[in-house]
Design a binder for this molecule. Structure first.
Ligand SMILES: C[S@@+](CC[C@H](N)C(=O)[O-])C[C@H]1O[C@@H](n2cnc3c(N)ncnc32)[C@H](O)[C@@H]1O
Length: 274
């Protein structure tokens, strides 16, 4: 599939998800939640009630992440933060509290419906230190060295050109800037067919990186001090309903799946000096 095709499919899926969230439905477009009554083990219960208190309900219900990057990232008053693939804006709104009125948070997304939802959530939350930008991870519409911290929640896996997305992230960070991202990663070798089925469960169209591959790509982009810490590890039971509905024998798959797919917090730094 070409890069343009992948991007178009991702845009279409998340456009539909945004419309569902805007009308009070679940934004989820894959996983257990796609099956009646299911609770998605990836996207559910990521945020504490104290964190979401005061946020617009549409921002919370549109949450499609797989982690809680703002809880794990160090964010300081006055800093500039960029959220790659900001969706309905939940992590942007949470970050805006942390950086305060002297700081600024950009949310970047390529899907018009998500941007409209995020801007509406910003209006309802009455937050002024936030700006949602239309654009792609692979071509970030911000100048070199203009951002202190990059966050992202389950989006790098969707990029059709991850090397380019990571080198763009590196470019817009100031020297010494931090990369603090949640994403789904794969641990070790997984047969292609298994990977395809599980990735369909994980997201609308996912291309999760193997953890060593992720580290290598970050290093190639120029990052240092790379650290990948699992936050949730999935087993075949998490995907059982979905796999059965797709006619796949989940018991047979278990040894190849268990412990190999996980949500992780990925941390790295842009060196302070060239
Ligand atoms: C899984 S959702 C996550 C949304 C949000 N981070 C959250 O935690 O709820 C992925 C979002 O990333 C956006 N996205 C996916 N690929 C992108 C790309 N290459 N460039 C910009 N946005 C992208 C989609 O439009 C969608 O809003």
């Amino acid at each position: 599939m070409s890069e343009t095709n992948i991007r178009d499919i991702v845009r279409e899926k998340y456009g539909e998800a945004a419309k569902r969230a805007a009308t009070g439905g679940s934004a989820c477009c894959g996983g257990a939640s796609a099956i009646a009554g299911g609770k998605d083990p990836i996207t559910s219960s990521l945020y504490g009630a104290n964190e979401t208190l005061g946020l617009p309900s549409a921002a919370v219900s549109a949450s499609l992440g797989c982690g809680n990057p703002t809880a794990l990232a160090e964010l300081n008053e006055g800093e500039t933060v960029l959220d790659l693939g900001s969706g309905g804006g939940i992590d942007v709104l949470l970050s805006s509290r942390r950086v305060g009125s002297a700081g600024k948070v950009y949310g970047l997304d390529m899907t018009d419906e998500m941007l409209a939802l995020a801007r509406e959530n910003q209006r309802v939350a009455r937050v002024t230190n936030v700006e949602f930008l239309k654009g792609e991870l692979e071509n970030i519409p911000l100048p070199d060295g203009s951002v202190d911290v990059i966050i992202s929640n389950c989006v790098v896996n969707l990029s059709a050109d991850k090397d380019r997305a990571l080198s763009e992230a590196f470019r817009v960070l100031r020297p010494g800037g931090r990369f603090a991202v949640s994403d789904v990663v794969v641990r070790g070798e997984v047969p292609t067919e298994v990977r395809k089925n599980v990735e369909l469960w994980i997201g609308c169209l996912a291309g999760a990186l193997e953890e060593n591959e992720f580290e290598a790509k970050l290093t190639r982009a120029g990052f240092r001090e790379v650290e990948i810490v699992p936050t949730r590890v999935y087993d075949v039971d998490d995907a059982r309903d979905f796999l059965s509905a797709a006619g796949i024998d989940s018991d047979a798959l278990a040894p190849q799946v268990d412990g190999k797919f996980m949500s992780a917090f990925v941390r790295a730094k842009k060196p302070a000096k060239g």
